[in-house]
Every structure is written in C-alpha cells, then in structure tokens.
Design a protein around this ligand. Structure first.
Ligand code: HAM
Length: 420
C-alpha cells in the first residue's frame, strides 16, 4: 500500500513556502504596528469548549469537528476555529486583570471535516487576531481596517469588504421570529438543509447557496432593520467610523457567518470572482462568548484569514512574491582530500553566517557546476587537489563569469561581517 496525505489535507512543498513566509512576514509586521501579542494554543481542546461557543446547531459542531475520546475517557476536538481557544486562554491566564482590551494574534492549523474542493480543506491554516475587553465600535472599525490593510499589504486587489449587524440577545429573538415567519410561508421551496435550519438555526437560512433559498433570502427581513436601540447606536457609530477611515464597504444583510457566538458586527473580505464561497477573511464581534465559557461578561471582536486561500489569490493575481533566500555559495571539490577540505571550508563559511552548500559527492567538477547553476548560487568555491598543497581555492563568479585563485584565508576573511 502506498500512503497518501489524507483527503482534504496537503503537503506544503518547498516551492510554495515563499508564499507562506511572505504572508507571515506581512502579518507579523501588521501585528507589530497594531500592537497584537502572539498566543499559541493547543491543537486539541475539550470538545465542550466548541460545543458551548461555536454552537450546537452549527455545521462546524454538528458535522465537521474531529472529535475523539482520549485514553483517559475525555472527549477532545481538534481545533475547528481559533477564537474560542483564545478566549479560554484569556480566562485561564487571568488576562482580564491586565489593562483592557487585550490584543492577541495567532497562526494555527484548523480542522473541519468538509467536502474538499479548491480552497476548502479538512486541514487549513489561519492567521487571526482578537481584541478582548472593549465593546466600543471604534474597536470594530480598527479591526476591520486592520483586515483590509492586511490584504492591501499582501498586494491583493479587487476584493470587497462586506459588513452587517446581526444584533444581540436582546433584539435577535424578535428578528429570528420574523425570519422564521418569512421562510415558513414558502417552506416547500426550501432545500432539505434549510428545512432543518428553519428549526435549528434560522439565521443560517440567509447564507444558503441554493438558488431557490437565495431568492427567498433577498426578500427576507433584514437584521440591521430590527436592532434594539443599543445595537442600532453601535451599528450607526461603526458606519460613521468606517466612513472616517475611508475604506470602501458594502452592507450585505444576508451576511450572518457560520458560528453562533457572533453579536452585532460581522464582516468578510471576499475575492471578486466567487464572493462568499471563497471568503479570505471573516470575523465579527462576540460579546457573549467569554461569559458562555465561564468568565464574566466580556466583549470581544476579531477576524481570521485562511492561509491557503490567500496563497490561491496571490497566485491567481500573479503577485510578485520574493523568493526564499538560497545559499549564495556552492563548495565544489574533486577527490577525497579536496572533499575533506571542502567540508571544512563550507562549515567555516556557514560559521560566518554565509550560506554554503557542498557540491554532490561523486560528481565531476562539471557536474557540480551544473548543479550550482540549477540551484542558482552566485559563487562556486572550487577546491582542487593541486591547489590544496598551497591552501588555495578558486572562486568562480556564476553571475558575471570569470574566476580567480585565492588563499582560503582571504576567502574567509572577505566574508567577515557579512550576513546572508
Ligand atoms: P471562519 O470564517 O470560519 O471564521 O474562518 C476564517 C477563514 O478561514 C475563512 O475566511 C477562510 O479564509 C478560512 N477557512 C475556513 N474554512 C476553511 C476551509 N475548510 N479550507 C480553507 N480555508 C478555510 C472563524 O474561524 C472565526 N474564528 C474567525 C473569527 C475570529 N471571528 C472572530 N475572531
């Protein structure tokens, strides 16, 4: 039997690493300028954490978590999203006693048993940020602006930002009733999933992708028109702030997101072609989440971006992503004596912080030069048996052509203070 990576997972090959490192470096720069500290949480958590936060009626919890009983008889889930673990850690480490809000970011693998397709995997990776401990709409604006600035810093274009307010536990029940009434009137036209949603999670009716259900969605009552006074004020203020910042956004009353913990603000950044199906960045406010998992009432807001989807869009848009720096030197040698010396010279070069790889043993000098060409190194240090006697090497410039003999000491001396 030949093993393959499990369905819906992918190996991240060396040729693709540059995209990931590029995104990470932009994300880290962003977090530095916006003041977000890093938090890493375990790959698995108690299953109850996600049940209580993401919500029992959601696809993620009902159909997609990788949940297992461990050998001690405890139920665990591989992380299906990053926000609940961050809130759990916030509580566990007493971060509510620090100056609020606390700003955190993370990079993590995420597991969802979904039907794999382009841009949808069973293991994907997220970069996310969370601001916990401040309910002010200016924080919403700041977080949305951060997501938008992140996309711009990557060089992605043609994206759209959609925003909505889905109210809070005060005003949402009345809205849900209106929604149910609307959909019940034509329940025979609903897809089978939506018939279940009508009972279990009516908000999700709005983002069904089936044409029949979509048509009903466009005529459905709008959450942003059913807000209580406090949510209305928050929503108005957020829109005023977004106008001040000057980022282009569209209100989409069908944007509800797939996790139960959201309150008030929800938003997504979508690529031009496929819209919501391939959202690159999704987030929102979750003012009840910390309390739901055992803390005192604490507001929060954040977003997460899918690494694989960002890579997909960087490639599609042919964004010029810098190559990973490769070693600049190859040390070629012929014969055992020379190889001994080459090993020593390469180690000394690396000790000076300069990238150097050994030419392949058993290859002719010509073969090693070909190898140097295909690796794209700038220089080849040739260690020959004859030159060894006088402690000399030949330095060949692969960019400009030409070569010159020089003592090993001069070669190494010339590298002092250089860092590749
Ligand atoms: P989410 O929308 O479920 O939100 O996921 C965030 C992002 O992860 C999506 O916008 C998408 O780019 C990527 N993503 C999701 N599922 C997959 C998949 N199966 N394959 C590839 N990429 C995927 C959350 O997870 C929330 N925790 C975000 C958040 C943070 N809300 C507040 N704070």
């Amino acid at each position: 039997m030949q093993y393959r990576a499990p369905r819906g997972t992918a190996d991240l090959l060396p040729a693709d690493q540059k995209y990931w490192r590029y995104i990470e470096s932009k994300a880290l720069g962003l977090c530095r300028t916006y003041g977000f500290g890093r938090l890493d949480t375990p790959v698995f958590e108690n299953a109850g954490l996600f049940l209580r936060s993401v919500g029992e009626g959601t696809d993620i919890v009902e159909k997609e978590t990788y949940t297992f009983e461990d050998r001690g008889g405890e139920w665990m889930s591989l992380r299906p999203e990053g926000t609940a673990p961050v809130c759990r850690a916030y509580l566990e480490h007493g971060m509510q006693n620090r100056p609020q809000p606390v700003r955190l970011h993370y990079f993590c693998p995420v597991f969802r048993y979904e039907r794999p397709q382009a841009g949808r995997y069973r293991e994907h990776h997220q970069f996310g940020v969370e601001v916990i401990g401040d309910a002010d709409p200016s924080v919403d604006a700041e977080v949305i602006e951060m997501g938008w600035a992140f996309m711009a810093s990557l060089g992605l274009s043609g994206l759209s930002l959609v925003v909505n307010s889905i109210g809070d536990p005060d005003c949402r029940p009345a809205y849900i009733d209106q929604l149910k009434e609307h959909y019940s009137r034509h329940s025979e036209r609903l897809c089978s999933d939506c018939r279940t949603r009508l009972e279990r999670n009516p908000l999700r009716l709005l983002d069904c992708k089936q044409p029949g259900c979509q048509a009903m969605g466009s005529e459905a009552p709008r959450s942003s028109e059913c807000l209580c006074d406090a949510c209305q004020e928050h929503w108005d203020q957020l829109q005023a702030y977004l106008a001040i910042i000057g980022i282009p956004y569209r209100v989409d009353h069908r944007l509800v997101r797939g996790l139960d913990y959201y309150t008030r603000t929800v938003f997504e950044i979508q690529p031009a072609e496929e819209g919501g199906q391939s959202t690159i960045c999704g987030g929102g406010r979750y003012d009840g989440l910390v309390e739901q998992i055992g803390g005192k009432a604490t507001p929060g807001i954040g977003f997460a971006t899918g690494m694989e989807r960002m890579v997909l869009n960087l490639k599609r848009q042919e964004v010029d992503v810098p190559d990973e720096p490769a070693p600049r030197y190859l040390v070629a040698s012929t014969g055992q004596e020379a190889r001994n010396a080459a090993l020593d010279i390469a180690a000394k070069m690396r000790g000076r912080g300069v990238g150097a790889i050994l030419g392949g043993a058993g290859r002719s000098l010509r073969g090693q030069l070909r190898q140097a060409n295909s690796l794209g190194v700038d220089y080849v240090v040739i260690v020959g048996e004859d030159e060894l006697a006088s402690n000399q090497v030949t330095l060949r410039n692969m960019l400009e052509g030409g070569q010159e003999p020089m003592p090993v000491d001069r070669l190494l001396g010339g590298l002092e203070g250089r860092r590749d």
